[in-house]
Write a protein that binds this ligand. Structure first.
Ligand SMILES: [Zn+2]
Length: 560
């Protein structure tokens, strides 16, 4: 939608003026500062800045030094710092044990507790094989039918379903583990042992990083090749002893007090993936290696520091400025989520929130993503006026997405999120400092400065709820190509923004920039049709893709 009116023309004029004023910044000095920040934050010494680890604390120390030098007012709970707790990983106590009449099953080899399990408990009982543990009244199917005296028994449940686990399965609505656990508890289960006899189905992950809330009974998985599946009515003793480990992350909060009524919040996360590994969000498959996170998000952190330096002496004094370097973002927006729930500054005074996450890779096509523009009526008209320097702006409406602005949007604060796009080094060790585009990052900073400047006299922005992209409509799928789609791509097909090492797309030789237009007979015109095409496949299927690379069309065989 494009609206031009007098107000807009006025705004555009203001913009021109502001940008030329912004250009009076010492460009060379800012670029040198950005480079200094990113070089340090993304160096080996910081070991990928994993939340709660030594590298995070070195980064914290550096950012505090910068905030102090600039003269920001500390606004954490302990000077600049706001600590937040988080749980990650488990310690399995020595008493964790699964024994039957014949043997003790080896912990972590033959069996392991699932995140659904209660933390501590011992159950002695007989085993009851309840097949898939599925009750599907609409389909007239009930694994518990005719089974009596189940109370207090240890239920053995096969994680597959009567017709397998493909997305075509009739039982999809009844077969997620949580539903089956609740059903089992309702039927009197004292503990659950899941097994897997279906080679096409992946074993459930022993992954306590996911935010799965525990149930009231021990829930474990035992390998199907272990001999316990032959028993019914055998006596078992099952003890789980799980301690969820607590760690501490650190937000860093500074303030510029202009004595104003409203406060603009700037946020960038400074944590990254550490050495990567299972459950970290890494797309790299190899031995543990430092994930440098130069673009993600040393770039945003550097921009945050330099914006703070600029704003400290800026003439735009109708707002105060809250400068937030968040941690725990990569583990699920932990730091910003904690901050909005335990604000060290009143949420009611917050005018709008500007989020910078990955702003260091403006490429030749100069595509800048500006997201969250549905969260205030002001954004659309503003965004229209900042197409300058050959920068092409792509916007998305939603206030909900994979970065810290989501936490603020959910508190009804207008948000805007700047992002120079994904790339092949995203969430890999190769996201290094030498690939940062400093003139590009400076352009992004200037756009933000001009935006803040033109909103200086506009008072508190109106908040609007955004239309959520219809994720509910998306079909479920059991396979993945291992790519990051370019969600902002508006041409025909699914454009690949990044390829995950060792996954089907990488094995098939697909590259970032490729556009997939067809999967077997299924035409792929957009993200929705791409997801539909994925939805009809299962692990092991081989498909032929039509792929556009540059001006060439290729046929590519891919096995899921
Ligand atoms: Zn990230």
């Amino acid at each position: 939608m494009y609206h031009k009116n007098l107000y807009l023309i006025l705004l555009s004029t203001l913009f021109l003026w502001n940008i030329s004023k912004a250009q009076n910044l010492d460009d060379a000095q800012i670029k040198a500062n950005l480079k200094q920040h990113i070089t340090y934050l993304a160096s080996d010494k910081l070991e990928g800045r994993e939340t709660g680890k030594k590298g995070e604390q070195l980064a914290e120390k550096y950012i505090i030094e910068q905030f102090t030098k600039i003269g920001l007012t500390p606004m954490g709970t302990d000077k600049y710092v706001q600590e937040f707790p988080f749980t990650e990983g488990v310690k399995l106590g020595k008493s964790s044990e699964l024994t039957d009449e014949h043997k003790t099953h080896k912990l972590n080899v033959e069996w392991y507790p699932l995140p659904y399990s209660c933390a501590k408990g011992t159950v002695k009982g007989t085993l009851a094989n309840v097949k898939y543990g599925i009750v599907a009244p609409r389909l007239g199917y009930d694994d518990y039918k005719g089974k009596n005296d189940l109370k207090g028994k240890i239920f053995m449940i096969n994680i597959s379903s009567p017709d397998g686990m493909s997305p075509h399965s009739k039982y999809t609505d009844y077969s997620d583990l949580r539903t089956r656990i609740d059903t089992a508890i309702a039927h009197g289960a004292a503990a659950i042992i899941f097994i897997n006899s279906d080679s096409t189905v992946e074993n459930p992950k022993n992954d306590f990083t996911n935010k799965i809330s525990p149930s009231s009974i021990p829930v474990v998985f035992a390998n199907a090749n272990d001999d316990l599946c032959v028993f019914d009515n055998a006596h078992f003793t099952l003890t789980v002893d799980i301690t969820r480990l607590t760690h501490t992350g650190h937000n860093i909060i500074g303030f510029i007090d202009n004595g104003a009524k409203n406060t603009v919040v700037f946020g960038a996360h400074y944590d990254h993936l550490g050495y990567g590994g299972e459950g970290s969000g890494s797309l790299y498959r190899g031995k543990p290696a430092i994930h440098h996170g130069a673009d993600d998000n040393a770039s945003g952190t550097a921009a945050l520091i330099e914006l703070a330096r600029y704003l400290k002496t800026s003439n735009d004094r109708n707002n105060n400025y809250l400068i937030c370097a968040f941690s725990g973002e990569e583990k699920g927006l932990l730091g910003s989520n904690y901050f909005v729930k335990n604000p060290t500054y009143p949420l009611a005074k917050m005018n709008y929130m500007v989020n910078m996450d990955m702003v260091g890779r403006l490429n030749e096509t100069k595509n800048l993503s500006i997201n969250g523009v549905g969260s205030s009526p002001v954004w659309h008209s503003l965004v229209d006026t900042i197409k300058r320097d050959g920068i092409k702006v792509k916007t998305t409406e939603s206030g909900i997405g994979p970065s810290d602005y989501t936490s603020f949007y959910l508190k009804d604060i207008p948000v805007i999120f700047f992002f120079t796009g994904s790339h092949n080094d995203y969430h890999k060790p190769s996201d290094t400092e030498d690939k940062i585009n400093y003139p590009g990052e400076l352009s992004v900073m200037k756009i933000i400065i001009a935006m803040v400047n033109s909103l200086n006299t506009k008072g508190k922005l109106e908040f609007t709820k955004t239309k959520e992209e219809d994720s509910k409509e998306a079909p479920r799928f059991k396979v993945t190509m291992g790519v990051i789609p370019d969600y902002a791509f508006d041409g025909e097909g699914m454009r690949i923004d990044g390829v995950s090492d060792g996954k089907p797309a990488a094995k098939a030789g697909l590259k970032s920039g490729d556009i997939v237009t067809q999967m077997d007979d299924f035409k792929i015109t957009d993200m929705m049709s791409y997801m539909k095409a994925l939805g009809i496949h299962k692990k092991g299927d081989t498909v032929t893709l039509k792929v556009k690379r540059g001006n060439e069309m290729k046929d590519v065989k891919l096995t899921f």
